[in-house]
Design a binder for this molecule. Structure first.
Ligand code: ZN
Ligand code: MN
Length: 134
C-alpha cells in the first residue's frame, strides 16, 4: 500500500487490483486483458472503471500507452526507457533493454531538444513461426 502513495488518487479496491495486476507485468496488456483478469476478483467492476483508471495512471505518468496496435491500445507499467520487439502476427510485445546509439543530425531535428527515443522492431515470434511451419 505504501508504495502506491505516489499515485495521488484515491485507492479504491478496484484500482488497487489493477495496480497489483500491473506489478511486474511484462505482457503489455490491453484494457480488455486487464478487465478480464481483474473482474475475476471483482465481478461487479465495469470496463469503464478499468479504462478510467488506466487514463488516470497514464496522465500521472505511471503507465505508458503503446499505440502499436491501432485497434487496441496496450499499456506498459515499465516507464523506464526501453524498446520493443513486436510480433506482427500475434501482436506480442517483448521488452528490449539496451541502449542503441541512434544519432539524428541537427537539420533533421528542426530545433527540437530531443529527450529520448523508442524503437519498435517488427517480426514474427518463435511461436507464430512454428505455427506457420506446422
Ligand atoms: Zn507471434
Ligand atoms: Mn515494455
Amino acid at each position: 500500500m505504501e508504495k502506491y502513495k505516489q499515485f495521488g488518487f484515491k485507492l479504491t479496491p478496484q484500482r488497487l487490483a489493477i495496480l497489483n495486476y500491473f506489478n511486474g507485468n511484462k505482457e503489455h496488456p490491453s484494457a480488455d486483458d486487464i478487465y478480464r483478469a481483474v473482474s475475476k476478483s471483482f465481478p461487479t467492476m465495469s470496463f469503464a472503471t478499468v479504462y478510467n483508471t488506466l487514463e488516470a495512471l497514464r496522465n500521472k505518468g505511471n503507465v505508458l500507452e503503446l499505440t502499436i496496435d491501432p485497434n487496441k491500445k496496450r499499456y506498459d507499467p515499465n516507464t523506464m526507457p526501453h524498446h520493443h520487439l513486436i510480433c506482427v502476427k500475434c501482436k506480442r510485445i517483448i521488452d528490449i533493454h539496451k541502449e542503441f546509439s541512434v544519432s539524428v543530425s541537427e537539420d533533421m531535428t528542426q530545433g527540437f531538444d530531443l529527450i529520448g527515443n523508442h524503437i519498435e522492431f517488427y517480426g514474427v515470434c518463435p511461436k507464430c513461426k512454428s505455427i506457420a511451419l506446422s
